[in-house]
Design a protein around this ligand. Structure first.
Ligand code: NAP
Ligand code: MG
Length: 500
């Protein structure tokens, strides 16, 4: 398996100037270094080289950003009528579209994902998310209640912004994770302190420039770069942050929930997954092979909804497995910025080591490595797309979130749906699942039995801004996207009036 290194076009001068410039954090209207003067390296995962340095903030910077966000919510932002706020959010969406080349390049440079996925997928989706929530701003209303008690009453509810929110996001979809959090919070009238992942701060910092260009009042959006253990932990524990929203590992989700108990801030969590991908005996094999491969390999498997536990009917198991292996072997590996790349590197050395360790554990546990099974090359953080067969439910490849281009499969031999659902549900996670079949009865029965926030049928990793997304069980608290995300960022106030 060859990795192409020679086909990365030179960076556009405007992008090169931004990447090579001095980076600072957006606090209020100012671009500031970390109070401590510390910085952290941003790395190109296709070759391990340092491409930029950004401030490594800490608690002191969080304090400043929270003050700016508090001043903004007590000031101009809350006085702005909804239609004006909607216009600003819409303008921000237009600026994201207008800067698609810059944002897509930054996104792929720092995360390693294929440039086509950034340019044609993630960046447009980011703009669309802001536009969708711009539409909601003018439609966030309370209700009136008809009161049972005797007498004359008027009672109603107001939906008010929850306040200053801390948002901590991961590196796997740096821009769409930003949009899923920032857009509904702005729509609800909150102010924001955002921390991008240490691996992917550049896109978020450029987004900060667009927020200013759109004309948002200062302090509405603040962006802090730095490590989770410092900036992230200080946000989760901060006494003047009203709500923290997080996407990332279940382990860190637990730390955040614990840190939030000090002031009992509201918490929403979008955590890990271990999505079952169930291929029934009647499935269209070509469609299932293409869909299952993409479920496992899209974004190098670095997706919380990635299909990782394949349950395939015995009568088509060999065909499906060889089809997925064939597709895996045909994928073109390369840097994210090479337009021909289909599978980029994983984001970091740490992730590469974690993925290859889990694959080795699978091998040692007796699973069969059909293809792949190791690091690819010795430069950058590439992992060969891997297909693992004959797995058992107790193996770590089946229990742990791998977050790499690895499909693990096991056959089943009858279509007892209760049994299938039980096996599919045999995980601490409950984020997503997919079912591949044309049997309508089986679809609806299984969809009801599977314990996960999303069930896809004859598709996988399909997200639309209108569809709520989030986890059952240890995959999280709350739902992002759709109307439901507004609930994460609003408080309901009841006003009851006895009429004199
Ligand atoms: P992670 O540590 O959970 O990172 C997610 C975000 O949380 C980052 O911004 C991170 O900052 C921050 N963070 C880390 N420790 C924190 C703390 N104590 N308090 C507050 N914030 C904190 O994830 P990771 O280490 O990058 O990846 C590890 C595993 O997590 C992956 O293998 C995968 O299984 C899972 N993961 C899941 C998702 C998802 O979409 N559900 C996304 C990414 C990773 P830093 O950038 O400084 O770490
Ligand atoms: Mg981490």
């Amino acid at each position: 398996m060859n990795i192409r290194f020679d086909a990365v076009p030179p960076l556009d001068p405007k992008v090169a100037a931004f990447v090579g410039g001095k980076h600072a954090m957006l606090i209020g209207s100012a671009w500031l270094p970390a109070a401590s003067g510390q910085s952290l390296d941003v790395i190109d995962p296709s070759n391990g080289r340092v491409i930029a340095q950004v401030p490594a903030g800490d608690r002191a910077d969080v304090d400043l950003a929270v003050k700016a966000a508090r001043t903004a919510i007590d000031g101009p932002w809350s006085k702005m009528v909804p239609a004006e706020r909607a216009k600003l959010i819409w303008k921000l969406a237009d600026l994201i579209d207008a800067n698609v080349d810059m944002l897509a390049t930054l996104n792929s440079y720092e995360s390693g994902k294929p440039i086509g996925d950034s340019r044609n997928g993630e960046v447009p989706f980011t703009a669309e998310t802001f536009r969708y929530y711009a539409g909601w701003v003018t439609k966030i209303n309370g209700e009136t209640m008809t009161i049972n008690a005797p007498g004359d009453w008027h009672a109603y509810t107001r939906r008010e912004p929850v306040g200053v929110v801390g948002q901590i996001i991961p590196w796997n979809f740096p821009l769409s994770m930003l949009a899923w959090k920032v857009a509904p919070a702005l729509a609800a009238g909150c102010t924001i302190v955002l921390k991008p992942a240490e691996q992917t701060p550049l896109g978020a910092l450029y987004f900060g420039k667009l927020v200013q260009d759109a004309g948002f009042p200062e302090g509405v959006v603040n962006i802090l770069t730095g490590f989770g253990e410092t900036v992230g932990a200080a946000m989760a524990a901060h006494p003047d942050i009203d709500k923290v929203a997080f996407t990332g590992s279940t382990e860190v989700g637990r730390l955040i929930a614990r840190a939030a108990t000090g002031n009992l801030k509201k918490v929403s969590l979008e955590l890990g997954g271990k999505a079952p991908t169930i291929v029934l005996g009647d499935a269209d094999i070509d469609m299932a092979v293409a869909g299952a491969s993409s479920a496992a390999f899209f974004n190098a498997g670095q997706s919380c909804g990635a299909g990782t536990r394949f349950f395939v009917h015995k009568k088509i198991y060999d065909k499906v497995m060889s089809g997925i292996a064939e597709r895996a072997e045909a994928l073109k590996l390369g840097a994210g910025l090479d337009p021909a790349t289909e599978l980029g590197p994983v984001v970091s050395q740490q992730q590469m080591e974690r993925i290859t360790r889990l694959i080795s554990e699978g091998r040692n546990d007796g699973a069969e490595i059909v293809t792949g099974g190791a690091r690819a090359g010795d430069v950058g953080y590439f992992v060969k797309p891997t297909v693992i067969s004959r797995t058992r439910p107790d193996m770590s490849v089946i229990r742990e979130e791998i977050f790499g281009p690895v499909a693990c499969a096991m056959p089943f031999d009858d279509e007892d749906l209760d049994r299938l659902a039980k096996d599919a549900n045999d995980t601490e996670y409950g984020l997503a699942a997919s079912i591949w079949t044309n049997n309508l009865g089986a679809v609806h029965r299984l969809a009801a039995k599977i314990k996960s926030g999303t069930v896809w049928v004859n598709c996988h990793n399909f997200n639309d801004v209108t569809m709520p997304f989030g986890g059952f069980k240890q995959s999280g608290w709350g739902r992002e996207l759709g109307e439901q995300a507004l609930q994460l960022y609003t408080e309901t106030k009841t006003v009851a009036i006895r009429l004199p």
